[in-house]
Ligand binder design. Structure first.
Ligand SMILES: [Zn+2]
Length: 259
């Protein structure tokens, strides 16, 4: 949390409002939140026009004139706030008319100059069963860990990986390399469908309300997150937790519908 859909929704809110704005100041509000770039390196951004705002995986990319890029990541619990006040403000970009802030109670968010190495974009036209098959081929790691590995597939975290595997009828602990061609096809389709649906619903706002969009609106996909944090799936079966940890946490699945 937040994952690809929440960043995409944020991007769609921010892009039309910030495009063409002139940066007046770029400030780190909590010392240490932003190491690279160092706070002093942010000064040259002042006076530059914001050309474009895009998304890659779970990262928001702000492109400024003069080929400068600022990469923002919300970590575990961050959110963007546009022209609003909120607690735990860590980083701020002011333009002539706007103020964009990253609020992050747990401080896992980051501001970077460049994107790390990222894997396939699941909503990209090139993301296909064939590309997913190449990613999973020969791998003994659990399929859930593989699709959450940002270097392999960019954008899926715990919530949407859980949902995608449920929708595809595949157990999270199954070795990636042991998926059949048919399962891979179902999974590739499920990942894209689950993410698209979540974007349409404005992302997931869970009970902790950690995620709200930059204008403070709740996402409605949380209500459709059939598995995350529940005991019964939308299939009506009692859900189960894996015994071993997958990607650092116990995974939830339906023992009847997921094979
Ligand atoms: Zn079931």
């Amino acid at each position: 949390m937040p994952e690809l859909p929440e960043i995409e929704v944020s991007k769609r809110v921010l892009a039309p409002r910030l495009r063409g704005e002139v940066v007046v100041s770029c400030r780190v509000l909590t010392p240490g939140f932003c190491r690279n770039p160092a706070p002093s390196e942010l000064e040259p951004l002042e006076g530059r026009v914001i050309r474009r705002i895009s998304r890659r995986g779970k990262y928001l990319v702000i492109e400024l004139e003069g080929r400068k890029r600022l990469i923002l990541h919300l970590g575990m619990s961050g959110r963007f706030l546009l022209d609003r006040q909120g607690p735990h403000a860590r980083f701020e970009i002011r333009t002539l008319r706007r103020r964009l802030v990253i609020c992050d109670p747990r401080r896992f968010g980051r501001v970077l100059w460049r994107l790390p190495v990222l894997g396939a974009e699941p909503l990209d036209a090139h993301f296909s069963p064939a590309s997913l098959a190449r990613i999973l081929k020969g791998r003994a790691a659990p399929v859930k860990a593989l699709i959450m590995d940002q270097r392999l597939v960019a954008g899926l975290g715990n919530i949407y990986a859980t949902e995608s595997l449920f929708e595809a009828g595949i157990r999270p602990g199954k070795a990636g390399g042991r998926l059949s061609a048919r399962e891979i096809e179902r999974l590739a389709r499920a990942c894209a469908a689950v993410l698209r649906r979540a974007i349409r619903l404005g992302g997931s706002t869970l009970e902790d309300e950690a995620y709200l969009d930059p204008l403070g609106r709740r996402g409605r996909a949380g209500g459709a997150a059939a598995l995350y944090g529940r005991k019964v799936g939308r299939c009506g079966h009692l859900l189960r937790l894996t015994r071993r940890l997958i990607a650092g946490r116990r995974a939830i699945y339906c023992p009847v519908c997921q094979k």
